[in-house]
Design a binder for this molecule. Structure first.
Ligand SMILES: [Zn+2]
Length: 123
């Protein structure tokens, strides 16, 4: 497998409901952890993004919000995750929403963004 493909190929995806997190282990041995709140807020569907022209605009800052501080994070759960081909997953949320198709390349990008930014206010 070529190196660039490994970085967008998950080996395992784990939902940690109590912590309000989902983790992805990629084929290049990197693991990224995402808050459910951030994932829900960054749902890429037309409805959540507010229009077709906004579909590629995301707000990764939501991943840095402490889920315990948000009403959205408190009762938010993932009911199930289905793979879509080899390039994306669909998340079925406890609020009934399941329109968003999360591309692995976006999840990888967000994971690296979170790694770069999560400790920035403690430096
Ligand atoms: Zn959505």
């Amino acid at each position: 497998m070529i190196e660039s493909l490994k970085s967008v190929t998950p080996i395992s995806i784990e939902v940690l409901t109590k912590k309000g997190e989902m983790s992805i282990r990629w084929a290049d041995e990197v693991t990224h952890v995402y808050s459910l709140f951030g994932l829900r807020k960054n749902c890429p569907c037309v409805m959540c993004r507010g229009g077709h022209e906004l579909m590629d605009q995301f707000e990764p800052g939501f991943f840095l919000v402490d889920p315990s501080l948000t009403t959205g994070g408190k009762d938010l759960r993932i009911e199930k995750i289905l793979p879509i081909g080899h390039h994306a997953i669909r998340i079925y949320w406890s609020d009934g929403h399941n329109e968003g198709m999360l591309r692995y390349e976006n999840l990888r990008y967000w994971g690296e963004w979170i790694e770069r930014n999560k400790n920035s206010d403690q430096e």
